[in-house]
Design a protein around this ligand. Structure first.
Ligand code: TYD
Ligand code: MG
Length: 473
């Protein structure tokens, strides 16, 4: 992101004027004039108007009240990196183990965490529960811009949450929020949601890209200056990004996505970015009438429940984050009436599915060119790792042939473009997890198979080529 310089900087004297910048909602870069396409990222129709206060005004004591993302103006000084004193980031537990896990072991003081997800997924519930737990040790301020205070209090009462020590504020003006924060000095602020926040310093309408971005920037600056931890709630747009600028993702320390299937009570919290921990760590919750309950041992909840083998289904062991999870992949392959048959992937990447189908044709001798192919990962979970390749193809084959895979079978493995089956990390752990849950056969890459060919009671079939794997299925 470039730092804007005032247009008037050519003039040596006089009061610098605010200027208008055009900011791309995709990549956050700014431009001096409006144009249809962002010159930096190539996105179309993403530039929005944004008023930038001159840098001089920011540098003057007014810093905290003025707009700018120019940052703090410290005199630059070069230091030998080895001489820089550093400390482990101090963490506090949120009181919710699965949330701590996703954060990388608790909440870091002064960290700004964006929690994104579809409306109704449970973001407000999760954060109210977390605040109620944390308020005992950390004075907290819950700012709501979407619900009234009585709605928030009502929910807290219904969930039997201890609300002592939780201050609440129904407010959307960032100036007023920061004023209250300066007064009460909370150590934790929840802002629900960032889309409702606005600042007086911009003329743009609340909810617009520039308002969201500037309000978030103010909160980030406040968090860094005071060491206050901040949770920002953000709604996800249809395109899957956090509504408004992608640039929010760059400004904050961690981005967590809260996901789940409508109709399923399970919710998965995933770190998409984390400056203080691993990404792709999963936290699993179940939504019930007492709010969100942790599921500390989620390994088998993503199986469809049917123990009879079904055509088009294959169980895999994924290892997103630090735990193995048994997940069912389902496929439906059916003759297509379309000249351009459909490929629909839910819970995995569409391009990867297209690539796998091409490998299946070229190296497995199985063509689905005239078929619609639908693939779904059960339970609303999203599988990003390549270990899903082999199970996806086995499920596709099983559906095409209308024949179930042998009972109690799991599979995992990456499929390469030349039809080879590549090993994946932590094979032994995945196999153990499957054996623990009573699976009897595993079809896995040779590099992941133990020499003995067994793990407990489970037979392990090692495969090197896609054709071998299809034969064993
Ligand atoms: P909410 O936290 O308001 O979602 P978000 O802030 O992400 O928009 O959750 C709303 C949904 O959760 C709503 O459909 C009702 C459901 N819910 C329960 O099932 N049980 C509960 O105890 C609570 C508080 C909510
Ligand atoms: Mg909400």
């Amino acid at each position: 992101m470039s730092t804007p310089s005032p247009r008037s900087s050519a003039k040596p004297s006089g009061k610098a004027k605010a200027r208008v910048a055009y900011v791309c909602s995709e990549c956050g870069s700014d431009h001096n004039k409006w144009q249809g396409q962002c010159a930096d990222c190539g996105a179309w129709n993403t530039l929005g108007e944004f008023v930038v206060e001159p840098a001089a005004a920011v540098a003057k004591g007014a810093a905290s009240r003025r707009s700018s993302w120019a940052g703090k103006v410290d005199p630059p000084r070069v230091t030998a990196l080895k001489d820089v004193r550093h400390t482990e980031a101090a963490r506090v537990s949120t009181g919710i183990g699965e949330l701590d896990r996703v954060l990388g072991g608790g909440l870091v003081h002064g960290a700004v965490v964006l929690v994104g997800g579809d409306p109704g997924i449970g973001k407000s519930t999760l954060l109210l529960q977390a605040v109620a737990k944390m308020a005992a040790t950390l004075p907290s301020l819950y700012v709501t811009g979407e619900e009234s205070l009585s709605q928030v209090a009502g929910r807290g009462a219904r969930l039997d949450l201890p609300l002592d020590g939780v201050d609440a504020l129904a407010e959307t003006s960032i100036e007023k929020i920061l004023e209250q924060a300066a007064d009460r000095q909370p150590r934790l602020i929840v802002a629900d949601s960032v889309q409702t926040l606005w600042t007086e310093s911009l003329a743009a309408a609340p909810g617009s890209v520039s308002q969201v971005r500037e309000s978030a920037a103010r909160l980030v600056r406040y968090a860094k200056e005071t060491g206050t931890a901040v949770f920002l709630v953000g709604h996800v747009t249809k395109e899957g990004g956090i509504a408004g600028p992608r640039v929010l993702e760059h400004m904050v320390d961690a981005v967590l996505y809260f996901e789940g299937e409508s109709g399923s009570r399970f919710r998965v919290l995933r770190a998409f970015k984390n400056r203080f921990g691993a990404v792709n760590e999963l936290g699993v919750f179940a939504m019930g009438d007492k709010g969100l309950r942790e599921v500390p041992n989620p390994s088998a909840i993503f199986l469809s429940g049917s123990r009879e083998p079904q055509p088009g289904s294959c169980v895999m062991v994924t290892r997103e984050g630090t735990r193995p999870l048994l997940v069912e992949v389902q496929a439906l392959v059916d003759a297509s009436p379309l000249s351009n048959p459909r490929r629909v992937a839910v819970g995995m990447e569409g391009n990867r599915l297209a690539m796998l189908l091409a490998v299946l044709h070229r190296h497995g001798g199985v063509g689905v060119g005239d078929q619609d192919v639908f693939v779904n990962v059960v339970g609303g979970i999203r599988v990003q790792e390549t270990a899903a390749d082999l199970p996806v193809l086995l499920a596709v084959l099983s559906s095409l042939r209308d024949a179930p895979l042998p009972a109690q079978t799991i599979a995992f493995g990456e499929v390469g473009l030349s039809g080879e089956i590549r090993p994946v990390p932590n094979g032994e752990e995945r196999l153990k997890e499957a054996a623990t849950h009573g699976f009897k056969r595993a079809i896995v890459p040779r590099g992941n198979a133990p020499k003995s060919g067994r793990v407990g009671d489970m037979q392990v079939i090692a495969v090197e080529r896609l054709a071998d794997a299809l034969e064993h299925a």
